[in-house]
Ligand binder design. Structure first.
Ligand SMILES: Nc1ncnc2c1ncn2[C@@H]1O[C@H](COP(=O)(O)OP(=O)(O)OP(=O)(O)O)[C@@H](O)[C@H]1O
Length: 522
């Protein structure tokens, strides 16, 4: 045994190094593959999965899976080979003794398989609970301001502790199972030696084997038992890895969304910007039974500025989501320049749309890179600054110590400043269709005035004519729109210009009156 162990120690350095490298390569490949699969999923996929869960799959789960190749499989195969050799030699030395030892090893293997199965289940639970704990922590830390303002630190700690307790409970059971497994191993290991000495002693007395053969037998049976134990140990950790990896492999096997097949769909020579919604009906996949849009019909002519207004939750942003092909309509269809949107190449279409979302988020990089983000054409710093000027962002950017090179992230700028950067980003693309979803909601009165200026500039600039869709809560920003579409409960209830709609006693005039009342103190 000493000889075997010494040899194992000598080669373990080289083996450890090789498997360390293999491990590193494997983890990297798995993370790359998983990340690229996630990036190519439909948006609806992210309505079901949580960010904390996905990030822990990318992190600790990938690491756990790599142990399978890096260590366990290697140990299992080596010990299986050693154990089989030892068993053959034991049977040759004395078949009755050899069979007794084999029977003990079979018992050990059965216990080991049961233990392995348990470890697999426990590992899966540990990964799930760990992911849930991560999710809570990630959510709480990213909403720190809300937590602080509402004083919910203890509540959040309780939520986190709840998962930690579940984790501790399952880890405790896992340790107990490990103790039981080791106890069974020790008992069976010693019983091999007792059987060898008792039966072997009798065999020596009857002259069936010599004392030297019995000594060899005891040594080799130790080897066999050690190998069986080692296989069991590695198998349980292999099972843990498999338990942890199930979700990782499920995620890695997801096919990419069809919209990422670059050859799919046609590319028009140019995008004119004529948009038609024909009896469009839609429900979000995560709430399939709740209709969000019902038979929506309207059209936007090329170079028109169309405003969409309505109460909160009436489906305004959903219309834009469908136009950006983040979701597919469940009924009816959307036409762009006379072509069904689903027949157009998605990448080509999105490259021609500039979009400013409700809560634009910035990347942790400099302002210039944030403005250039995703721009499909080659642009220089002058273009960036021109776009920033049009978005009325140039002045505040220039006042920062490092100007356009200032490192920003989501926390370092005000809501209005972030929106202005997002508007500059959309303008820099020189899009054929510009979509501003509540782009003025976080802007102060002066900036709102400036954004109205942007809209005016967009309309009057004959060289850069484009179709513009504006979703706004503040009706004062969209009075000059060519057409105003009024939505209520997923349906279009009014369409017309500001003055036309004011003359009718409908939702638009009610909303306008309500906003005017809110501004003028009674
Ligand atoms: N990803 C989603 N999954 C399920 N339901 C959603 C999802 N996004 C929005 N909804 C639901 O769809 C409905 C319309 O939402 P939408 O964001 O389009 O309204 P909106 O008119 O833009 O509202 P607001 O003016 O408040 O932004 C709402 O009832 C909302 O709860």
């Amino acid at each position: 045994m000493h000889y075997i162990r010494n040899r194992q120690v000598k080669i373990s350095g080289i083996r450890g190094c090789c498997f360390g490298i293999a491990n590193m390569i494997l983890v990297k490949r798995m993370r790359e593959r998983l990340y690229s699969t996630l990036l190519l999923q439909d948006i609806s996929f992210f309505d079901y999965e949580t960010v904390g869960d996905l990030t822990s799959r990318l992190g600790s789960d990938c690491q756990q899976v790599s142990r399978v190749i890096g260590n366990d499989l290697n140990l299992i195969s080596r010990n299986l080979l050693q154990g089989t050799g030892a068993l053959i030699y034991l049977v040759i030395l004395s078949w009755p003794l050899g069979l007794c030892t084999f029977a003990i090893c079979a018992m050990l293997s059965t216990i080991m398989l049961l233990y392995g199965q348990y470890q697999k289940k426990a590992a899966k639970l540990i990964q799930d609970y760990g992911a849930s704990a991560n999710e809570v922590a990630q959510e709480t830390l990213s909403l720190m301001r809300t937590v602080r303002v509402y004083g919910t630190e203890q509540q959040e700690l309780g939520r986190y502790n709840n998962w930690l307790e579940k984790l501790a409970d399952i880890s405790l059971r896992q340790s107990a199972a490990y103790g039981l497994w080791n106890f069974s191993f020790n008992t069976l290991y010693h019983s091999t030696q007792v059987i060898a000495v008792l039966i072997g002693g009798m065999f020596i007395l009857t002259g069936r084997i010599t004392a030297e053969q019995l000594t060899k037998f005891i040594l080799y049976s130790e080897w066999l038992i050690y190998s069986t134990w080692s296989v069991g140990d590695s198998l349980s950790s292999l099972m843990q890895s498999i338990g942890a990896s199930e979700k990782v492999f499920q995620l890695m096997d997801l096919p990419p969304s069809n919209q990422f097949i670059s050859t799919a769909g046609s590319k028009l020579q140019r995008l004119v910007g004529h948009i038609e919604f024909l009896s469009v009906t839609f429900s979000y996949p995560s709430r399939a039974s709740v209709p969000v849009l019902q038979h929506v019909n309207f059209q936007v002519h090329p170079n028109e500025v169309v405003a969409i207004v309505g109460l909160s939750g009436s489906g305004k942003s959903t219309l834009v989501n469908l136009l950006l092909r983040l979701y597919e309509p469940t009924g009816g269809q959307i036409m762009i320049d006379g072509h069904p949107i689903k027949d157009l190449n998605t990448k080509w279409l999105r490259e021609r749309i500039g979009y400013v979302g409700q809560e634009p988020r910035l990347l942790r990089t400099d302002i210039s890179s944030n403005i250039r983000y995703g721009c499909p054409r080659v642009v220089n710093q002058k273009d960036v600054e021109r776009a920033a000027k049009q978005a009325y962002a140039h002045e505040f950017i220039s006042s920062l110590p490092n100007g356009y090179q200032t490192l920003v992230d989501d926390e370092l700028l005000s809501g209005g400043q972030k929106q202005r950067i997002a508007i500059a980003r959309a303008i820099l693309r020189d899009p054929d269709i510009l979509i501003l979803d509540e782009a003025t909601s976080a802007l102060d009165a002066e900036s709102e005035h400036n954004i109205k200026g942007v809209l005016r500039a967009v309309r009057s600039d004959l060289k850069t004519k484009r179709t513009v869709i504006v979703i706004a809560h503040r009706l004062s920003t969209i009075q000059a729109a060519d057409k105003i579409v009024v939505m209520e409960g997923g349906k279009i209830v009014q369409v017309g210009s500001h003055s036309e709609l004011l003359l009718k006693d409908g939702l638009y005039s009610r909303l306008t009156r309500r906003q005017a009342d809110a501004v003028v103190p009674s």
